[in-house]
Write a protein that binds this ligand. Structure first.
Ligand SMILES: Nc1ncnc2c1ncn2[C@@H]1O[C@H](COP(=O)(O)OP(=O)(O)O)[C@@H](O)[C@H]1O
Ligand SMILES: [Mg+2]
Length: 386
């Protein structure tokens, strides 16, 4: 399977008054084309910092100190390092190739703009180049835009080549082209209605005329997904996007994401603290602890044969249907990342810790084909077995 996104030794610190918070410590992760990948870990372990670092939208006082984020949009293309792109190039990756949805839909929606205009705007923003190209093609083929003079055709050609050109603004400043923005806006609204309908919302024609406060939490989150999907991303990142919703709505949205993946998106990175969600929706999983990746592989392998003591502990702390006796919790607490434990960050809480664990950071190794673990103990056990 071809790799879509690969983080290598990603390191991010936050420089606070208490000292440098070492939020990501040589974090590595690999997501394949066509895969639904679940990133799990306790609250505060660095899931959001990971995706924000990969997309270079880390908030101050955060600094990406090192590493690579290799992205191959096409399965057979050479990967590009997102950390080496200019901010302008990165903006077009964020707009066209990778979309992100967050936990709080209210933060992503503008309260004073109708739902229809917000989804349509996403189409307009991301597809300006595509639309202007369409118009240029229409001009060339002598369709209805044939009245345009060669001068305007040339201008449109320039705009078509520059996806970041605010084409609509440009057109509205040229009196002769003002009439043009109406059909384009109408087309974007039609696309918005179509995508909202696809997301299982009844009566999309009416919904587009409403404002965010008229909709329920589940509906708003679907609208946010519609906005994210408007640019046909290769990768959709959902950071706890369903955590605030009630269980049935959450299940519907997860189902929806999976259906959409089949038809329009290549891969999904689902970030959650809920192991049940991962078990039900993902093919691959990565387990994070205190800014490092402990274990990764196929969901069925990792959940049935967890090799890292942290994954083992995490799985025994999940209530089961036929649970007998008390639920196990993980002893100790999440470490302070200003002074993280040396060696393996989990060693102070680990029942299997050896001397080496407090001094040497374990590397992520493929101990079983397709199943990678960063643990000296697992290394020894599996190494001894094979
Ligand atoms: N703005 C910030 N300032 C200082 N530290 C931060 C900031 N944002 C995140 N961190 C640190 O990064 C760690 C990981 O945070 P985060 O990625 O939000 O966790 P998660 O998404 O897994 O709940 C936090 O425990 C915190 O120590
Ligand atoms: Mg988070």
């Amino acid at each position: 399977m071809a790799v879509l996104l690969k983080a290598q030794d990603l390191t991010t610190n936050f420089y606070t008054y208490e000292g440098a918070v070492k939020a990501l410590d040589k974090f590595s992760l690999s997501i394949d084309h066509g895969c639904t990948f679940g990133l799990v870990g306790e609250s505060g372990c660095g899931k959001s910092v990971t995706v924000r670092s990969m997309l270079r939208v880390i908030q101050s006082p955060g600094v990406i100190e090192g590493g690579k984020v290799l992205f191959s949009e096409k399965a057979d293309a050479e990967p590009v390092d997102l950390l080496a792109l200019t901010e302008e190039e990165m903006e077009s990756v964020r707009g066209d190739s990778i979309s992100m949805i967050f936990q709080e839909p209210n933060a992503a929606l503008n309260p004073v703009i109708t739902i229809g205009d917000q989804v349509a705007e996403s189409f307009l923003f991301h597809r300006v180049a595509e639309m202007s190209q369409k118009i240029c093609d229409a001009i060339d083929s002598g369709e209805s835009y044939g009245l345009l003079t060669p001068y305007y055709r040339a201008m449109l050609g320039v705009a078509a080549k520059n996806p970041k050109a605010p084409l609509l603004k440009f057109c509205s400043q040229v009196p002769f082209l003002k009439w043009w923005d109406k059909p384009v806006k109408k087309e974007a609204l039609q696309r918005a209605i179509k995508i909202i309908g696809k997301l299982g919302i009844a009566n999309p024609e009416e919904i587009v005329t409403r404002y965010p406060h008229n909709l329920s939490g589940g509906m708003k989150q679907r609208i946010v997904i519609a906005i994210a999907l408007a640019c046909h991303p290769t990768l959709l990142i959902a950071d706890e996007a369903t955590s605030n919703l009630d269980v049935t709505v959450q299940a519907q949205i997860l189902q929806l994401l999976n259906d959409l993946k089949k038809e329009s998106i290549s891969s999904i990175l689902l970030i959650t603290h809920d192991l049940g969600v991962v078990a039900e929706t993902c093919e691959k999983v990565g387990v994070m602890y205190a800014g490092t990746l402990c274990e990764t592989g196929d969901v069925k392998d990792v959940f049935s044969t967890p090799l890292h003591p942290y994954t083992q502990a995490l799985l025994t702390s999940v209530p089961k249907f036929n649970q007998e006796g008390e639920l196990q919790s993980i002893e100790g607490s999440v470490p302070n990342l200003v002074n993280p434990p040396s060696g393996c960050r989990f060693h102070p809480r680990c029942p299997k810790a050896m001397d080496k664990c407090s001094t040497d950071k374990p590397e992520l190794k493929e101990l079983i084909p397709g199943h990678l673990v960063a643990c000296h103990h697992a290394d020894r056990v599996i190494g001894g077995l094979s």
